[in-house]
Design a protein around this ligand. Sequence first.
Ligand code: 6PG
Length: 472
Amino acid sequence: EQAEIGLIGLGTMGSNLALNIAEKGHRIAVFNRTTSRTDAFKANAGELSDRIVPCHSLQELAAAIRPPRPVIIMVLAGTPVDEQIAQLREVLSANDIIIDAGNANFRDTIRRFKELESTGLTFIGMGVSGGEEGARHGPSIMVGGTEESYNRVEKVLTAISAKYKGEACSAWLGTDGAGHFVKTIHNGIEYADMQMIAEIYGVLRDGLGLNPKEIAPVFDTWNTGRLNSYLIEITAKVLNADDPKTGKPVVEIILDRAGQKGTGKWSVIEAQQLGIPATAIEAAVAARVLSSLKTEREAAEKAYGDLGLGRISGDKDALLADLELALFAGKVAAYAQGFAVMSGASQQFGWDLPMPTIAKIWRAGCIIRSQFLDTIAEAFSAEDNVANLLMTPAFIAMMKEAHPALRRVVARAAEAGLPVPALSSALAYFDAYRQGRGTSNLIQAQRDFFGAHGFERIDAEGAFHGPWGSNG
Ligand code: 6PG
């Protein structure tokens, strides 16, 4: 019996995805460059091994799958994907589908989609979120390619995806790079979420002097309220964990230098290219970069000393309530920005991205999964052409309630010298966004003054210059 689908690349994500597919009843042919890994994979697959067909060459892989063949590739993003596609082209035939399930840059996906179009092969760029656990038991799946090609693999993808109250977290989002673009923005939002949580942790640790064991229950409690989400849940777990070697809380022995593989940065680059402000995401990416300057930061701490800034004092319960609401308000701004970037890209790249669907397939399986995404899905479903999440009635009400807490937290953190870059960017974005008359009239005047760039008037049509005399 031939396999229904193939998978190349048995790393952590690839192996888990393959097991997930097999578990849902699909026969799957697998290939890994290192042959021993392919054999070990089958040998360790337990009762699922019957449905796994190990292949030692791409020719074998192609022969093992029933045409038209869907083949998932899960290799490192970048050149390895191009190499893999080139090799696959030799063994596949018309109507076969190559599915790149890695964290590709969507611009590469658009290029690959076009390159393959003329060959008769179809290319799908598929964003997969949920880490190792998600891949194994149900990820969120964001698909870009032709709708027809999605229909051909929909059954398998729906079967392996996470379910939110029975609804599959897998969807076709648009042509060529749409899926990978949406996954990129998912990660940008993930960066902002994680950064804002870390900022709140910083206020609790350095502003209130709490230890990890005291902070963990705070997040646990929040996880039962409006912040209910996977990231809040794991934050509490992380804070509760001890290092087996030293017996200390593990979070205290981890170096404060964050890694990043690129998707957060791509979100920011694309936001800039599209001219859509995504300040909370930008702040989160910059914070990771700054975190990596460990030696410089240590030198600066010595050079500046403690500056005589005190801790945060006052009623602890009131402060905790503010922190919860501030984190929520910051999250609203970050998600509003992420969705705004997606709607800008949707127009730019002709994708017609379905915002309610995106919010829906993020409700389970992915790293940013939360109750909050259900609220976003509702807001997007309630009206067409939402310019910005901040303009939907539900979110206007939420921000009216939550912004005072965000203000107080940002102000108190600033006074105590605690960095809260993502939260303060979120606040500044909110304040600038809701200001009908801003301050760029002055910028226009300056531009005209030094470069005769001209400006528009509030009381007449056309382009004007100011009375700057010989300077203007
Ligand atoms: C997910 C994650 C996953 C991974 C990224 C982000 O949705 O499952 O986003 O794709 O964690 O690689 O990673 P970095 O923090 O390393 O950039």
